[in-house]
Ligand binder design. Structure first.
Ligand code: OGA
Ligand code: MN
Length: 341
């Protein structure tokens, strides 16, 4: 319970609302008997909704465990610091935001992504001979469109397992944005899992067992299933991260792992690691932690890679799907290979 009050106070402080004088009884509905906090705190959100209403933005929850649709915003027009602050607050609480019906140029999407951190935009780089050469960094099309049988984008077809973008890099992407250009008539939903809620719901014994553990993450470009990654290939992008990750903005713990990219728990017997990870993957993918987003053209969606996983449902191979993707890096991340998965 003490932890909950701390969380609430911290949240209020960060949102510059001032610490609550007393915590209304209704807020305690989010706390179970053993003091655990539910994945999302709706009455705190109601309070926030009132704040946001002042500036014409309104939030409509999308799923029961994460996600909000933002209304009252045209991202092709200028918007000020108040709106940006509100978007960041909404992002911290809902983890995934969708602004529907947006006519977005590439620059508009960069501007939107920049609200949340350092947008990975197109850059000019020099080639080896020192001649100027334009290179697209950051922008990527997730699409199954093919020209002369060759794929023109990334992650073209079908189902994709749960992962978070950049968890195979030392500094993962803070966020990823996708703008829907063409979507299939059925399937192709992006599923988002709330990793705070997955952590909170673990039995105490498991929380103790995984505290302080670290995992190896490995990713092979364009792999959509775990089995496609060659673990013994040292050229594949890989990194080590804590299994219980504390979010730098909210201070909350999440279960940071994914079926697609997490290979093993460091320092644990391999068979034990496999068995534990198999259970944890299943746990983190339980329907109660997941919202599946049914795309509509012109949706712009942004998600927090530090506390959510995402996956994709299968869709008909003969229907086109195209989304423009711009990632958001940590402001201090100057690594050259910022464009990626
Ligand atoms: C991605 C991704 C899923 C999708 O762009 O990182 O995982 O639904 N996309 O296409
Ligand atoms: Mn992804």
């Amino acid at each position: 319970m003490a932890e909950f009050y701390e969380w609430l106070r911290e949240g209020c402080r960060r949102r510059e609302l001032g610490a609550p004088k007393d915590v209304p009884e209704k807020m305690l509905q989010n706390v179970s008997e053993d003091g655990a906090l539910s994945g999302r705190c709706d009455n705190v959100l109601a309070e926030e909704k009132m704040q946001i209403a002042k500036s014409q933005l309104s939030l409509e929850p999308m799923g029961s465990v994460l996600g909000a649709r933002v209304h009252g915003l045209d991202l092709s027009k200028p918007y000020g610091d108040d709106v940006k602050r509100e978007l960041r607050e909404a992002f911290a609480h809902h983890l995934v935001l969708c602004v529907p019906g947006q006519d977005l140029s590439y620059d508009d999407q960069v501007r939107f992504a920049s609200v949340f951190g350092k947008a990975d935009e197109k850059q000019i780089s020099k080639d080896e001979k020192g001649e100027g050469k334009s290179r697209e960094r950051g922008v990527m099309y997730v699409t199954n469109i093919r020209e002369n049988g060759k794929q023109v984008g990334s992650l073209p077809d079908g189902e994709m397992q749960f992962h978070s973008d950049g968890s195979h890099r030392d500094i993962p992407y803070r966020a990823t944005s996708l703008w829907a250009m063409q979507v299939p008539s059925r399937g192709g939903e992006t599923k988002f899992a709330n990793l705070y809620a997955a952590y909170d719901a673990l039995p105490e014994s498991t929380k103790l067992r995984i505290e302080g553990k670290q995992c190896k993450f490995i990713y092979q470009v364009d792999a959509t299933f775990r089995e496609q990654t060659r673990e013994d290939d040292p050229t594949l992008s890989n990194a080590v991260h804590p299994l219980v990750k504390v979010h730098p903005d909210t201070g909350r713990k999440s279960l940071y792992l994914s079926r697609l990219m997490t290979r093993y728990i460091i320092g644990m017997d391999r068979a034990e690691s496999e068995a534990l990870l198999a259970d944890l993957f299943d746990h983190a993918e339980k329907p109660e932690f997941v919202y599946a987003h049914p795309w509509k053209p012109k949706d712009i969606v942004i998600w927090d890679n530090r506390c959510t996983n995402h996956a994709r449902n299968d869709f008909p191979a003969d229907e086109l799907r195209q989304l423009r993707r711009i990632t958001v890096s940590e402001p201090g991340d100057t690594s050259a290979s910022s464009a990626g998965y």
